[in-house]
Design a binder for this molecule. Sequence first.
Ligand SMILES: [Zn+2]
Length: 128
Amino acid sequence: MDYKIKPKPWILRRFTMPFQWVTFYPNIYMPEGQTLNNALLEHELCHMRQQLKTGKWLYMLKYLFSKKFQYKMEIEAIAVEIFHTAPNLRQHLIQEYALLLISSAYSHCAPSYETALNDLNIAFENIK
Ligand SMILES: [Zn+2]
């Protein structure tokens, strides 16, 4: 899949957390001072496949206005990232993301921490 890595423009810096990556096909917007590791790249490429499947503009609207859609897309992409993460670091990453998914960083899109933990573990088991 063709993609370009670009610095996060001001509009994205304004509306996202400083550490957050943003993918909008065919661009991956990189936060200042961060480096892209392979697992994270796979996460972002998963969002690109989701965008190509849904249509990138419809995807963006649904992502912004439907917590349920955002949650579903993130669970899928995070599961891919976990798959590409060293096994000894996976549970920590799952817990970290479960916390992020109930936070404002992800629009509080997860119903609860426990649900996010459970859904991430199930999604990961399903792609193993
Ligand atoms: Zn994501």
